[in-house]
Design a protein around this ligand. Structure first.
Ligand code: ZN
Length: 450
């Protein structure tokens, strides 16, 4: 039997193993079932013939499940699978049709928190390796698994783990933890992710809220913050901070070709969000380019004064805003923070306090890397088609991987784009789990050949 046939005839066990994983809650935000789930994943790896260990940076930090299998026929190339075993909290429970950790099957779907993100993705990779081991007694290249338990809370220790176990994780190519399949069942081969800088700006004027009749004398911190915010960005979304775009490199010709080929249904996108137009009346190619490569300055939340029912004439003592800036390749979060600080000072806002929550650089795999063609060919063979994506509009710790392990990173997987990840009634589609498992087999095979 060949590995692809093995996948066909072992879908029942793949699905029941996924159910077993779903039934073990592993909510990192609440530290619920983390160690239990790590042990379960380790057991699954071992059962599939993969040597596995738990790595622990420090006590009370979620362990990494590490897996490794060496190739007898081609030990010169190593593929690393990055996944996570933790999940988002399942709340609000009442919106689930079935209990969130039940792993209930209905038709072509397995329901449950983590069924797609990321336990579904993980199971396809474990089973792809198993398919080779059980049919050929070997794998076409060395395979490593790095499965973390803090992804859903921001991968706080992944960089330290990567640094400490750099040698152990060394590899020639990385398959990212997720991969989307679009509404037409086309898998997206993703080559990058944007970076992120999350900050809080606050102004404190008086020691307490005051009667609003005193607004003739006391400065209002909400106005103060609004004035500062107005200097950060124009109405078309262009960021006005000095040198904000200085390090950004323009798209290459190939990037632009790939972007132009990417489908983007503007009208259904607008319908989905109930909006009539995009920022600056952008459309077509400009909108697609923005998704792939535009930095943003977004107000995530703004609090000040009274926002309860009815009226309250109050002059707030303080105001606070949370802002996320999406970053693109070559923008260094540390440098961008300095630029923001210098900007506020130069505009006369030295009274505004800045708190930095999170800084992460963007990453992008070069479109000409031979790994890209191999993954895309595997996707085409398994799904009959694929779409290349220069960069996802979202953020993940891809830069740490690419920078520390010095290997190209690509995302490809089984997550149907409307599979309600992070929401009630999350599901994984069984047909996509099968296609993806075969796709992973083909990636391993092509990766092993040179
Ligand atoms: Zn997630």
């Amino acid at each position: 039997m060949n590995p692809l046939k093995y996948v066909d005839s072992h879908m029942k066990t793949l699905v029941s193993d996924l159910q077993m994983l779903i039934r073990q809650p592993s909510v990192s935000a609440k530290n619920e079932g983390i160690v239990e789930c790590a042990n379960l994943v380790k057991k699954l790896l071992v059962n599939s013939g993969i040597q596995s260990d738990l790595l622990q940076l420090k006590k009370n930090i979620a362990p990494i499940v590490y897996g490794e299998i060496k190739s007898k026929s081609n030990p010169s190339k190593t593929l690393l699978f990055y996944n996570h075993y933790d999940v988002q909290p399942a709340e609000p429970f009442e919106l689930w049709d079935d209990p969130p950790f039940s792993g209930k099957i209905k038709g072509n779907k397995v329901f449950g928190r983590g069924s797609a993100d990321d336990k579904g993705e993980l199971i396809t990779r474990i089973k792809a390796v198993e398919a080779f081991l059980k049919t050929t007694g070997d794998v076409p290249c060395n395979v490593k698994f790095l499965i973390e338990g803090e992804e859903e809370t921001g991968s706080a220790h992944i960089e330290n783990y990567l640094k400490k176990y750099k040698k152990k994780f060394s590899c020639d190519g990385i398959i990212w933890e997720f991969g989307y399949v679009d509404s037409k069942d086309t898998p997206i081969v993703g080559l990058g992710m944007k970076g992120l800088l999350f900050v809080e700006l606050s102004v404190k004027e008086s020691v307490r809220d005051a009667h609003s009749s005193l607004a003739v004398l006391i400065k209002n911190p909400a106005w103060r913050l609004i004035e500062a915010l107005k200097t950060l960005r124009d109405e078309n979304g262009h960021i006005l901070i000095k040198d904000w775009y200085k390090d950004v490199i323009p798209f290459t010709k190939t990037d632009l070709e790939i972007i132009s080929k990417e489908p983007f249904d503007e009208n259904s996108f607008k319908k989905e969000f109930g909006i009539n137009s995009f920022i600056g009346n952008m459309n077509g190619m400009a909108a697609k380019k923005a998704l792939v490569g535009s930095p943003t300055c977004n107000i995530a939340g703004f609090v000040s004064g009274y926002i309860g029912e009815g009226a309250k004439t109050v002059l707030p003592g303080k105001a606070l805003v949370k802002i996320d800036f999406r970053l693109v390749p070559k923008m260094d979060p540390k440098k961008q923070v300095l630029r923001l600080k210098t900007h506020l000072k130069s505009k006369g806002f030295s009274d505004i306090k800045i708190k930095i929550f999170h800084g992460e650089a963007a990453a992008r795999t070069n479109t000409s890397d031979p790994f890209v063609t191999k993954v895309q060919n595997a996707a085409n063979e398994s799904y009959g088609k694929s779409i290349l994506n220069v960069s996802n509009a979202g953020t993940g710790p891809m830069f740490s991987f690419a920078n520390i392990l010095k290997a190209p990173c690509i995302s490809i997987g089984s997550t149907y784009m409307f599979s309600r990840i992070h929401s009630p009634n999350e599901f994984a589609r069984i047909d996509l789990l099968k296609k993806t498992t075969k796709c992973i087999c083909l990636i391993m095979e092509k990766f092993g050949k040179d």
